[in-house]
Design a protein around this ligand. Structure first.
Ligand code: ADP
Ligand code: MG
Length: 437
C-alpha cells in the first residue's frame, strides 16, 4: 500500500496549525500516518485517549488538510496501535448519555504540581492507583478555576487506562439530583439505585449543589454507604469544605471528612509560570519566557484566567501574523484584566450561555426563558461596569432605572441563596473577562 511521504504529512500538520490552531496538540508529532489507499488516509495514534480526541475533534480538519495537501478527495481514518488498543476499558464501554464527556487534556501528565496543589494531586494519584483503598472518599475543594474538574477527570483517565473494564461513573451533582427527582416521579427508584450502587468508582463534581436538597442528600447518604461498604471509590469536589456547604446534613459532613479532604489553593507565581508553559506546549503556542513571566505576574486570580490571557495572545499573534513578543503581551494584557468592561460584552456572554439572542435580552419579550437571562445581564452590568442604573436601562430597550434595580435585587438574592446561580455567574464573569479578543 502506498506510504505517506513525510512532506505530505508535514503539509497536513501545517494546514491544521494554520487553519485550526486550537485543535493542535504537542503529541501530534508522535502520530504515524500509515498509508493512503482507496481515498482513505490511515493515521495511527499512540493510545486510545489520543484516538478519542482525534475522532471527536479533528476528523474533519484532518480530512480537509489531507485534501489540501494532496489535491485528492481523502478521508482521515484514525486507529490505535494494536498493543495499546484497550477499547474494552474506554469510556464508550459504558455508554451513558449523562456521563460527562471527558476532556482529553485533563490528565495527570498535563497537571502541573506545586505547593498549592501537591496534597490534592498526591491523593488523586494514590486513589487512581488503588481505587477504594487509598483514601475513601477523596474530597477535593477549592475556588473556581483551580483545577478540581481537571484532577477528577485525571483520576478517571488513569483508572480506565490502567484497569480496562472499570466502571468509572463521572457526573455533575446536578445530574445526580435530576436522576433522583426523575426516578421519584416515575417510580423508578429501583433502577436509579441499581445504576448508582453498581459502579466501581463514583465521581461527582461540584457536590456543593446538594446544599438545601434534603431528599437528594438522604438518597446520596445511602448511595455513599453502599459504595463505601463494598470498598468502591467515591470522589467528590466542591467549592468549599464539607462543613461549609450550606445546610448539609451532619452525617454527610462526617462521611465526607472521613477520607481525605484536600484543598486546591491558588498557585504561586512559579506554578503559574509552569502551567502557562505546559498549556503553551499543549496548544502549540510559542510563548517566550519573558511573556510567560509577565502573564504569571499579572494574573493571579485563577488558572482559567491564565489560559484566557494565553488564548488572547495566541489569537492576536495569529491575526497579526507576528510571533508572540513581550510588547504584544504588554499591549494585550494592558487591555485585559483591568480594562473597562462593556455592556455589549456582557450581553454577548449571557446570550451565549443561555442560548438566547442579544436582541431578545434587549427586547420586550417577557417569557421566563428571556427575563431571567435579562435580569442576569442587568445584574452583571451593575456589578462589572461603572455605568449608572439609567445608563444600564438604556441598553435594555430604554428601561427605567427601577427595573434595573429590581433585576439587581432579584439576582443578588439568588446569588446569596442558590449555589448553582453563584457558580453560573462566576463562570459568565470569567467569560466576560476573557472576551473581547
Ligand atoms: P475547577 O473545576 O476547579 O473550576 P478546572 O479543573 O475546570 O477548575 O480548571 C480550569 C482550567 O485550569 C482547566 O483548563 C485546567 O486544565 C486548568 N488547570 C487547573 N489546574 C491546573 C494545573 N495544576 N495544571 C495545569 N492546568 C491546570
Ligand atoms: Mg469544575
Amino acid at each position: 500500500m502506498p506510504t505517506v511521504p513525510t512532506a505530505i504529512w508535514n503539509d497536513v500538520l501545517g494546514h491544521i496549525q494554520v487553519n485550526h490552531p486550537q485543535l493542535m496538540r504537542g503529541w501530534f508529532s508522535t502520530l504515524t500516518p500509515q498509508h493512503v489507499s482507496g481515498g482513505v488516509l490511515d493515521i495511527l495514534a499512540a493510545n486510545d485517549a489520543q484516538r478519542r480526541y482525534l475522532e471527536k475533534h479533528c476528523r474533519f480538519a484532518l480530512s480537509e488538510a489531507a485534501q489540501a495537501a494532496t489535491d485528492r478527495l481523502i478521508t482521515a481514518k484514525i486507529s490505535v496501535r494494536s498493543d495499546d488498543d484497550n477499547d474494552e476499558g474506554s469510556v464508550e464501554a459504558h455508554p451513558d448519555p449523562d456521563q460527562l464527556a471527558f476532556n482529553q487534556d485533563y490528565t495527570f501528565e498535563d497537571f502541573v504540581t506545586g505547593p498549592s496543589n501537591r496534597l490534592a494531586h498526591g491523593a488523586a494519584v494514590a486513589v487512581a492507583g488503588d481505587p477504594g483503598r487509598a483514601y475513601n472518599p477523596l474530597f477535593v475543594h477549592g475556588a473556581v478555576g483551580l483545577g478540581k474538574t481537571h484532577l477528577l477527570q485525571a483520576i478517571c483517565h488513569e483508572v480506565i487506562d490502567k484497569n480496562p473494564g472499570t466502571h468509572c461513573y463521572y457526573i455533575s451533582c446536578e445530574t445526580f439530583i435530576n436522576h433522583f427527582m426523575e426516578a421519584v416521579e416515575s417510580g423508578a427508584l429501583h433502577e436509579f439505585r441499581y445504576r448508582y450502587r453498581h459502579v466501581d468508582v463514583l465521581v461527582i463534581d461540584d457536590i456543593q449543589f446538594l446544599a438545601e436538597r434534603e431528599r437528594s442528600q438522604e438518597e446520596f447518604f445511602h448511595t455513599f454507604n453502599t459504595l463505601f461498604q463494598s470498598q468502591r471509590q467515591i470522589i467528590l469536589s466542591a467549592d468549599c469544605q464539607p462543613s461549609e456547604i450550606p445546610s448539609l446534613e451532619e452525617r454527610l459532613i462526617s462521611r465526607f471528612n472521613s477520607g481525605l479532604v484536600a484543598l486546591l489553593d491558588r498557585p504561586c507565581t512559579e506554578t503559574r509560570m509552569a502551567i502557562i508553559r505546559k498549556k503553551s506546549k499543549l496548544r502549540c503556542i510559542e510563548a517566550p519566557e519573558d511573556v510567560v513571566h509577565l502573564i504569571a505576574t499579572r494574573i493571579d486570580t485563577n488558572i482559567r484566567d491564565l489560559e484566557g490571557a494565553l488564548a488572547r495572545l495566541d489569537a492576536l499573534s495569529q491575526a497579526t501574523g507576528e510571533p508572540i513578543s513581550l510588547a504584544m503581551a504588554e499591549a494585550s494584557l494592558g487591555n485585559s484584566p483591568g480594562k473597562p468592561i462593556k455592556i455589549p460584552t456582557i450581553l454577548e456572554a449571557v446570550a451565549s450561555r443561555f442560548d438566547v439572542k442579544v436582541s431578545d435580552l434587549q427586547g420586550k419579550k417577557r417569557s421566563k426563558a428571556v427575563t431571567y437571562p435579562r435580569h442576569v445581564s442587568m445584574y452583571l452590568a451593575r456589578k462589572m461596569t461603572e455605568r449608572s442604573l439609567e445608563d444600564i436601562g438604556g441598553y435594555f430597550g430604554g428601561r427605567d432605572h427601577t427595573t434595573v434595580l429590581h433585576a439587581n435585587r432579584t439576582i443578588s438574592k439568588l446569588v446569596d441563596t442558590d449555589p448553582t446561580v453563584r457558580q453560573l455567574l462566576d463562570e459568565i464573569t470569567t467569560d466576560v473577562k476573557n472576551a473581547g479578543y
